[in-house]
Design a protein around this ligand. Structure first.
Ligand SMILES: O=C(O)CCC(=O)C(=O)O
Ligand SMILES: [Fe+2]
Length: 284
């Protein structure tokens, strides 16, 4: 059992993040300002940032242990959706991705299943961390997603599983890899494959047909913290191989305060458990 005691007196990010390497505590001066400028430049030029070993080794051990302890309480979800997350649209033109449903299986903890006392919730709820992410993206405002199910998730892909290609329902996503697959389980994405004006259908259709040449992928060990525009970049995870599951924490953000996700999308992702919660609330 790994124990890591964090104090309530200081922002949890200060206690978990490797501040020597990632000086997020002061982004206005010196090393921190240089680091931020580099992140902004990376975001601008490539549409993503990846921070290897973002949390200190003992923090990573504790976070991974905590996730492994909680996951037996999670459900195995069979997630069926189009890449845009909605239902299949039979009226869409032939060859349109709206006509195609993709399926994957994941053992997944929704936000309401991750206690407030956990290190991962405390890290997600760190104002320092949210501020850092906001500034890397150059936003005036950025809030943690207020959706009771989607805000923070822990997703385990068992050996044999993958994460089907999709766009997220929120613009920006951060993922913290808590436990890497022995083999496979690569995060792959097409940075900014769609904009508010349209979509790079050639690249998207290529990836959906199994052509990875326009997709980016990079080596990520446990502890890697990756920022990408998940709502605008088609992405997924390749099949996990080996013995152990690949476990990620997914942190979502929004420029709107109190953003929640439509009930039908949450039911599509989280299935019967959430359907029951929502139905009970309506009949109450
Ligand atoms: O596990 C990952 O690296 C990505 C997961 C993902 O895309 C999601 O949960 O929306
Ligand atoms: Fe995603």
């Amino acid at each position: 059992m790994v124990h890591l005691v964090v104090s309530n007196d200081r922002d949890v990010a200060l206690q978990l993040v490797d501040l020597d390497r990632y000086p997020i505590e002061n982004l206005d001066q010196g090393r921190g300002a240089e680091f931020l400028a580099q992140c902004r430049a990376d975001m601008e030029s490539q549409g993503w940032c990846n921070f290897a070993d973002f949390v200190r080794p003992e923090a990573l051990d504790a976070l991974a242990q905590e996730a492994n302890d909680l996951l037996p309480t999670a459900e195995t979800l069979t997630i069926k959706r189009t890449i845009y997350q909605g239902e299949v649209d039979p009226d869409a033109p032939a060859g349109d991705p709206r006509r195609q449903e993709y399926v994957h299986k994941a053992v997944q903890l929704a936000d309401d299943q991750i206690p407030q006392s956990t290190l991962i919730q405390q890290l997600y709820q760190s104002d320092l961390l949210t501020g850092f992410i906001r500034r890397v993206q150059g936003k005036e405002q950025l809030y943690r997603c207020a959706d009771e199910f989607q805000a923070l998730n822990v997703v385990a892909l068992q050996p044999g599983s993958w994460h089907a290609w999709h766009y997220d329902t929120t613009e920006c996503t951060m993922t913290l890899l808590l436990q890497a697959a022995e083999e496979g389980g690569d995060f792959a994405f097409i940075p900014n494959s769609r904009t508010d004006d349209g979509e790079d259908r050639e690249a998207v259709d290529g990836l959906l047909a199994g052509d990875m040449s326009k997709a980016q992928t990079f080596r990520r060990g446990a502890g890697a913290f990756t920022l990408f525009r998940g709502g605008y970049s088609l992405h997924g995870v390749t099949q996990v191989k080996g013995e152990r599951p690949r476990i990620t924490a997914i942190m979502t953000y929004s420029e709107q305060e109190n953003e929640v996700i439509a009930d039908d999308i949450n039911v599509r992702i989280y299935g019967k458990r959430v359907e029951r919660i929502l139905a009970a609330r309506k009949s109450a």
